[in-house]
Design a protein around this ligand. Sequence first.
Ligand code: BGC
Length: 743
Amino acid sequence: MKDAELHALLDQMTLEEKIGQLVQLSGDCFGGGDVATGPAAKIGVTQEDIDVAGSVLNVVGADEVHRIQDAYLAKSRLHIPLLFMADVVYGYKTCYPMPLALGCTWDPERIEKSYRLIADEARADGCMVTFSPAVDVVRDARWGRVMEMPGGEDPYLGSRFAEAMVRGFQAGLGEGEGIASCVKHFAGYGAAEGGREYNTVDMSERRLRQEYLPPYRAAVDAGAKMVMTSFNTVDGVPATANRWLMHDVLRSEWGFSGPVITDYAAILELMNHGVAADKDDASTLAMRATVDIDMKTDCYAHSLKRLVEKGCISQRAIDAACWRVLSLKNALGLFEDPYRGCVDSREAATHMCTPAHLASARACADEAMVLLRNEKVGTGEPVLPLRRGAKAALVGPYADSADIIGMWAIHAGKGPVKTVRDAFAERLGEDGFVCAKGADVLTAEELSGLGSFAKMFGEGTPGPQEPLIEEALAACRTADVAVLCLGEHPLQSGEAGSRTKLRLPGKQQELLERVHALGKPVVAVIFAGRPRVLEDVVPYADAILYAWWPGTEGGEAVADILFGDVNPSGRLTMSFPAAEGQMPLYYAQYPTGRPAGANHAGRFVTGYLDAPNTGLYPFGYGLSYHRSHLENLRLSDEAIMPGGSIEAVVDLVNEGPVAGTDVVQLYLHDRVGSITRPIKELKGFERAETEPGERREVRFTITEELLAFWRQDMSYGAEPGTFDLMVGLSSQDVLAAPFVFRA
Ligand code: BGC
């Protein structure tokens, strides 16, 4: 539809119809089902509200989408189709590794391609807009939603993945392909105090702009069609009512012209935040902040008309919001085809879990897992890869579990999941290894602590653990090596999955220690939605492979790595804490006036009395089956002039014995600034493949833009002075060379 026609349509709409476009309702309103991730209570909308509603939340399924759209359009005066929006966080039917794990690939190109495939599955089943990617910067593993953030703790990395995911989802959008991407949760959600879900976020504007906003900005610049508000406050004002954030920054500064949607019921929650007295008040605040769509409450549906009549909200504001929603529908071609690539269910099924999609999910999982530890055993060789012919005992609650897709893969079934056991059986035959559960993930008490939501997982109450442990020990006694598949419960991470204890739950630690006591080499494979404290695991495991929630092909990927068919290349994107009390933890620390290591009467320096300042495993870290190092760092010039650049070149040397991939990382440090500058910040990276014995050059270009920051006067730019350029294979293992920026 041409813009003029769209304007003509807007002109024909009644106020009720316009307001309807600003209301998003869940499937139950349309006689369907949905997944409730917030208050599930009926929200009191009337049939009249439903008849003019603009969009539907989390309804997917080709037949269901056709049914709802048909029934709606049959009654609709102006035939404005419904927009179907859903969470497609890390895969649709083919489940990929969770986003934090995808980030550990450091491979945005692969992720972009993968998200095209994800979009293809979702679109065939009726999804038009997805609430994804989430690009909150996360530095506190207590927060359960760290699993959703591809950039982990780093704004630069987060920006690269944000744009890759948006581009992947939206590829071919104008031609009827892809799905529209709604970036979330704007803004700062990842910085909830104490890692406690939905908690206060409060930081300086400088820090927000410097460290938290860049990934959202990158998503907007990559063309994300929609933005979702976050649940938290920003400088005292909840994001959903925050005009500075939504209007001044997002729209005026960044030029975002699409619709902004609230997170689930977030308008209503303005009352709980104590900034609105009632629904009228809440609706006024959100409208003034230019928040266009009310997800899953009746605030807009029941307040806006009255507010317009009273003159609290202008007709123009309603028109502008409605226009943004109609424009999105038009950009998606809904006026021409209200189903938009949503085929019938039989054809939709042919799009799901195709061999190409599974292969892509597996390649992502292969790259996402991080080998944290690989000690030499008996023969003097590292325990991994497993030696051919060695008899393995595969034990632990995740040895044969399809729960490895995690909690946010809401559309993916467990049916197609390959468990680790499946993958072992494929390679070794059923008789080639022994398998035993060893322990449940949680004790009965821990499971009941997860509340009634856990019933969704349909698990029975765990029985006595001792017989399971005994059975696993018996299995391990017959084997040469024990592979323990351990981890947290899927519902211990994800939304509202905040925790203060990050050690192995249930009787898994005991299982690990008793297996270790048998004296055989032990490999721990950890499944989790967050970095965990591995201090207690390290002494009992010769190798640790961190598998995250690796998705449908996760079992295969674990086997690919354990058997050496794949040389691990995943590198951490969140620092792994040595103790829970260290958090928030991140490599890009600021210096203090009393650095660790200074001698101040033997005490008065920054640090803890009972833990180091650094984590157990740093950002950027991960092992491979080849050994490698960097050497010979050289710069093309000692100075950068305004608008100019220099090149840094470093040699990556593969010492053998196999071909491998390293992630070469570029960090910068501004020695003296008008404000304190981080001790290092990631500014570039490259996945570099090498053959055994190969030496290859890796190059980075450093421009003035990479030196810029929000200066003391809140202007953005670089300051003259000396910088340290660092390249490394992790954030803690770097070569450095200085250069100067001359203004
Ligand atoms: C989550 C969002 C999600 C929305 C819709 C909320 O609870 O915070 O990330 O997109 O529900 O399901």
